[in-house]
Design a binder for this molecule. Sequence first.
Ligand code: PBG
Length: 345
Amino acid sequence: MNSDNQPAVPMIDSLLTLTHRPRRLRRNASTLSMVQENYLTPQQLIAPVFVKSGAGEPEPIGAMPGVFRWSMDDLLNECRDLYELGIRAVALFPCTPKEVKTPLGDYAIDPDGIVPQTTRKLKEALPDLNVIVDLALDPYTSHGHDGILDPTGAWVDNDLTVNRLAQMAVVYANAGADWVAPSDMMDGRVGVIRKALDQNGHEHVAILAYSAKFASAYYGPFREAIGSGAAVGKNYLDKRSYQLNPANRREAIRDALMDEAEGADILMVKPAGPFLDIIRDLRESTRLPVAAYQVSGEYAQIKAAAQLEWLDYRKARDESLIAIRRAGADLILTYFAKEWAQENA
Ligand code: PBG
């Protein structure tokens, strides 16, 4: 006992005889940079972009600070910037006016609709930028679902919807789209889209399939952006009868491998951050490139926490992106694409 009646600190000779000291390779920045396993480049990023009809100022989107709905002309300038920053593809989403929405989503196949028009413009001005168009009916239906409802109004009719998606694919390919991206989760759509494209002379148009797309709460800000939630007065339209149950892993891989068998060129997992295990599983189950979509809610989360100064913005952002690469994604769709490319130019 010492004078404070505390037990004396015992002396211990070092008991460690370490052969392996992993910290040797973390000793300084040079060493750390030499053993880094995963990297991100602008070519691996795909920027989702929103186009609105008509002219006018870019419109900010509430829960997505820094993301805008662009007029066609402004979008062209935005895409030129993206291309110059090394980004090689944009995923185009339309914000369609309420007036054109119908129960069957007819505007989706109008050759002079906003997506075909924008695609033609982009391809003319920036032929080397890949234009990816989304195939799903949600921007065009009055009810906001990705497909056509059956007479009960409670079920999306799979086969009718697949036909309509195939028509869309041909209309958009005619306008010059490089890749089509079915995001609807109907059964059998990849095979039918492939056949329809081939029959119409578009055998070089690739299919980026939203293969493992979950029924997620993280799509809320996107639905505000394209106005697809508003039709029913809420942002969390229930899509559980076609999108995957977030509790399911085997089912996700099964569905994705069906897309591969039907002729998909790239398989996508969506959302990304909450589903890193699915990205890894899929990476190990296929030899196709795997893409992951870091969705609007994932972006909003990081932005919001940073605005409150609760997180270091850049570090949280970059960690979210490298984690998706580490999980096994070759390509990442992300709303951070432009600023990441700017900062890492
Ligand atoms: C629907 C579609 C959605 C997104 C892209 N295409 C959401 C939905 O299922 O309502 C979400 C993208 C995002 O949240 O960033 N076809």
